[in-house]
Design a protein around this ligand. Structure first.
Ligand code: UDP
Ligand code: MG
Length: 319
């Protein structure tokens, strides 16, 4: 089989978990090679997202130990999405297919068999979908599921319970490279590229070591970012609300004229204050949402690079 697979793994401060999970990815590659599903030139590609601990040292050491481990290092921390993008763009010219996965062992590597088989059946994108969240706490589970519901309600199409564990062919990645935006939310953007896609289901495990980088606050930020990067529905909601409030105001105006004509104009202080407060709140909130979009435009217009690769393990070998 001559299909080269690159497993792309973003890592940020993962010194505790990397030594445990790296051999897992490599033995999965060995297994798939043995089953003749992928080429023996397949690689495990780590993306060091500007870690402050020994993560890059570990990746470099691994690559010296076994050439099937490779690494690229970003010049600073750019966040999970940018790190993943860097890895995928690096892999797209070297591999026929890529599978992106977190490095903490939460996503079941065994789902890769089904993913690669689905690719051979003709699917260009295969989403890994969590079938159970038994090991997540009740809180994490409900907030995470709420996250997907909120995203879809706000017009950002995402596959339910799919994180960034997915197979993409180089054909898809080459088209994806034309999506030049700097505000990226991969799991919402991949469906936009199109091509035949399917899902495989797996159970999500607990993190093998270390701590999650996505507490509730970051998850909310990611949801908000995802929504405003992918959809203008919040602005439409504001427009709808504006129309609604305008209609109510008309009734208010008629009412105030009637009250004035009937000579009771002084009463009604409470209603006046509540209307002012209500409208003030709505206006500020709306301005905030619109401002968020303007901020996004500002970042897009500048078009700064989304990541900068400072080192690769490949280069070390050339020297
Ligand atoms: N990650 C990254 N850059 C960051 C934060 C996280 O590359 O700034 C990586 C991290 O090393 C892991 C993946 O993104 O491989 C997912 O992070 P985490 O496991 O903390 O999130 P969770 O699974 O709890 O949502
Ligand atoms: Mg995790």
């Amino acid at each position: 089989m001559d299909t080269v697979l690159y497993i792309v793994i973003p890592c940020y401060n993962e010194e505790k978990v990397l030594p445990l999970t790296a051999p897992m990815f490599l033995s999965k590659i060995e297994e798939l090679v043995e089953k003749d599903l992928i080429s023996k030139d397949s690689r495990v590609l780590f993306v060091n997202d500007g870690s402050k601990d020994k993560t890059w040292e570990i990746i470099s050491a691994l690559s010296k130990e076994d050439a099937r481990y490779q690494g690229i290092s970003l010049s600073r921390n750019r966040g999970h999405q940018n790190a993943l993008l860097a890895g995928l763009m690096y892999a797209k010219d070297r591999a026929g297919i890529t599978i992106s996965i977190d490095c903490d062992g939460q996503d079941d590597v065994n789902a890769m068999n089904d993913m690669v088989e689905a690719y051979h059946k003709g699917f260009d994108v295969v989403y890994g979908v969590r079938s159970a969240r038994k090991t997540d706490t009740f809180f994490k589970r409900t907030t995470a599921e709420g996250f997907y519901k909120l995203m879809n309600a706000m017009g950002a199409e995402v596959v339910y319970n799919h994180a960034d564990y997915r197979l993409m062919s180089s054909r898809v990645l080459k088209e994806f490279a034309n999506f030049k935006e700097v505000n990226i939310f991969l799991r919402g953007m991949v469906p936009l590229v199109g091509f035949a896609s399917t899902s495989v289901y797996y159970e999500r495990h607990e993190r093998m070591a270390g701590e999650s980088h996505y507490p509730l606050k970051k998850m909310l930020a990611l949801a908000f970012d995802g929504i405003t990067s992918l959809s203008v529905k919040p602005i439409r909601i504001i427009t709808g609300f504006g129309l609604f409030v305008a209609a109510i105001s008309l009734i208010g105006i008629i009412w105030s004229v009637i009250v004035a004509l009937s000579g009771n104009a002084v009463s009604g202080w409470a209603s006046t204050v509540s209307i002012i407060c209500f409208l003030g709140g709505i206006q500020l909130l709306s301005l905030g949402v619109i401002g968020e979009y303007i901020g996004k435009i500002y970042l897009e217009v500048k078009g700064r690079p989304r990541y900068i690769i400072s080192e690769t393990t490949e280069k070390e070998k050339e020297e």
